[in-house]
Design a binder for this molecule. Structure first.
Ligand SMILES: [Zn+2]
Length: 82
């Protein structure tokens, strides 16, 4: 038995389990829910599995929050709209 180490960061004793053996901490779990907004609207089961697998290969903070994305989007838009 391991310490249920998060697949994306140093957190241990994680409760969320993906595919039977990848653990995720609460922070990465909520990041996953932010990141899922990037899935295309025409999503299939296969695309979701692919997305989950690629998410597991990233590290904590890769996707950021919707607020982070909004901020960057707004800044770039302003810089390029004069
Ligand atoms: Zn984590």
């Amino acid at each position: 038995m391991g310490v249920k180490e998060c697949s994306r960061c140093d957190a241990i004793m994680c409760d969320r389990l993906l595919f039977g053996y990848h653990y995720l901490c609460d922070e990465c779990w909520s990041e996953l829910h932010e990141a899922k907004e990037m899935l295309p609207e025409q999503t299939t089961e296969g695309k979701v599995v692919e997305f989950l697998r690629s998410f597991l290969k990233t590290t904590k903070g890769t996707y950021g929050t919707k607020e982070d994305r909004d901020e960057v989007f707004q800044r770039v838009l302003e810089e390029n709209s004069r």
